[in-house]
Design a protein around this ligand. Structure first.
Ligand SMILES: Nc1ncnc2c1ncn2[C@@H]1O[C@H](COP(=O)(O)OP(=O)(O)OP(=O)(O)O)[C@@H](O)[C@H]1O
Ligand SMILES: [Mg+2]
Length: 244
């Protein structure tokens, strides 16, 4: 996927969550954002997904400038899929309804088409037997998989995943990671953030290391994990990899 970002800035009050961020990507399906907490990963995902409007800068994603008007942003959001860091599913709705609701309301499918599409997505991820359950009746890993099933049900151009494995135990993490890998192998374009370095390395075509609102460096994972260039990235990696 092609992605060109120049001088991207997003402020919250006086704090720049993204601070003249630059990133250039040419090719590959999966972009992985890594880096210290508060570095700007979620904010960048939200801006790229059209959920947050930047204060300054240029973004060209898949050869098109990121839309600016509210109407265009709405259409753009409809073409993409999201999984947020937290609070993904409606707690009062079944897994199936969690999928059919946005298909009906956002994608404007008929109830029958929405049901067929939702069931196909749940089936694909081995979740059909859980279709009637509410989130509280699902394990954390199952909830995350339902969230991902919902995000991909409408065949998004780009799938944005913000820490899809946060708050999961290692086995559930593995389950979710396998699912994402499968999606990537099936050709899905994905931009995700993660604190799972093993996963970043395995699934990413490109790793972008963010700190203090900037991409400090970006490279193919094999290269970046072996030889990070900046002292900041070296310090980050030596700290996080010590416990793997
Ligand atoms: N809605 C908001 N209002 C005010 N400040 C915000 C908001 N969203 C993010 N920030 C600030 O912007 C900075 C970047 O936050 P962001 O959530 O993008 O970091 P992150 O890299 O995703 O961190 P983590 O790894 O902990 O998820 C942080 O200092 C955060 O406190
Ligand atoms: Mg985050």
């Amino acid at each position: 996927m092609k992605l060109e970002i120049h001088g991207l800035t997003k402020r919250f009050g006086s704090h720049a969550a993204l601070d003249h961020l630059d990133l250039s990507v040419d090719g590959g399906r999966v972009i992985v954002l890594v880096g210290p907490s508060g570095g700007g990963k979620s904010t960048l995902l939200r801006v790229l997904g059209g959920l947050e409007t930047p204060d300054a800068g240029e973004v060209v994603i898949r050869e098109k400038p990121l839309p600016r008007s509210e109407a265009e942003l709405l259409a753009y959001r409809r073409r993409n899929g999201f999984l947020f860091q937290q609070f993904n599913l409606f707690p009062h709705l079944t897994a199936l309804r969690n999928l059919t609701l946005p298909l009906e309301e956002v994608q404007r499918l008929s109830p029958a088409d929405a049901k067929a599409t939702a069931e196909a997505a749940l089936d694909r991820f081995g979740l059909l037997a859980h279709a009637h359950k509410r989130p509280a009746e699902l394990s954390g890993g199952q909830q995350q998989r339902v969230g991902i099933a919902r995000a991909v049900a409408a065949k998004p151009e780009v799938l944005f995943l913000d820490e899809p494995t946060s708050a999961l135990d290692p086995e559930m993490t593995a389950e979710v990671l396998e699912l994402i890998q499968e999606l990537a192998e099936g050709g899905q374009r994905i931009i995700l953030s993660t604190h799972e370095m093993g996963f970043a390395r395995a699934v990413g075509d490109l790793v972008a290391f963010l700190a203090a609102g900037k991409v400090v460096e970006s490279a193919p994972p094999a290269q970046w994990f072996e030889k990070p260039q900046s002292e900041q990235a070296q310090r980050f990696l030596s700290r996080v990899l010590r416990y793997v």
